[in-house]
Design a protein around this ligand. Structure first.
Ligand code: CA
Length: 226
């Protein structure tokens, strides 16, 4: 089945033009004239990529971008921003908070299609493998939510599993407590940073000897290092 591209753009001429060219390039397209209808749709279907206008009648594209990146369910959806020439500051901000690319209006539809293909190629290359290993000791099955230590399966809570897979997906990378919380619950839940320490403590206990792979980086947060 061809991949679905969401086009969030209130100017119907532009949205129709983009739709036409993406369909020619064999994509399926769904158009949204405002942010809230798009966010509603996200609850039911995950597009392969989002083309996001920054100036929408009901909300700011930057907010939508933040929401997608801050929400574990959607965080890997590639985003291409559509911006006006005058919105340079927004462009920079958008890239900083995780948009994959941007295109400035007016643009050639052909260029847009080429960018869509390039971003999708890049995103597909980065897709994380289903199985993560920590040395020869720990094996994590991301799709089935299972963890083995020395071939023995251990039981983790969903939160512990998420923290372990987050750390294991980027070994050696230091995550702050805030980043971990944001990954777990997005921006919409107020949780004390100390909560992270409690989960990590339990996680280490359950991992037993392999708990040593989770390292405390003083004053910053945690990383996983074999
Ligand atoms: Ca607009």
């Amino acid at each position: 089945m061809s991949r679905l591209i969401a086009v969030v753009e209130d100017e119907s001429d532009i949205a129709n033009l983009v739709e036409l060219h993406l369909k020619k390039a064999n994509f399926r397209v769904k158009k949204f004239a405002d942010g809230s209808s798009f966010l509603q749709f996200l609850e039911y279907e995950t597009p392969a990529l989002v083309i996001l206008d920054l100036m929408l009648p009901d909300m700011d594209g930057i907010e939508i971008c933040k929401f997608i990146r801050g929400n574990k369910r959607y965080s890997t959806i590639p985003i291409i921003m559509l911006t006006a020439r005058s919105e340079e500051a927004d462009r920079v901000l958008g890239l900083e908070i995780g948009a994959d690319d941007y295109i400035v209006k007016p643009f050639s539809p052909r260029e847009l299609v080429a960018r869509v293909k390039a971003v999708l190629r890049r995103a597909e290359k980065q897709e994380t493998p289903e199985i993560l290993n920590i040395g020869d000791v720990v094996k994590i099955d991301l799709s089935r939510h299972k963890v083995w230590v020395y071939k023995k399966e251990i039981e983790l809570t969903p939160t512990e599993f998420k923290i372990l897979s987050l750390l294991a997906e980027r070994k050696g990378w230091v995550f702050s407590r805030r980043q971990i919380l944001q990954y777990l619950w997005g921006n919409d839940k107020i949780v004390l940073e100390r909560t992270v320490d409690v989960h990590i403590k339990h996680l280490r206990e359950k991992l037993g000897e392999a708990g040593r792979f989770i390292k405390n980086v003083r004053g910053v947060g945690y990383k996983l290092e074999p």
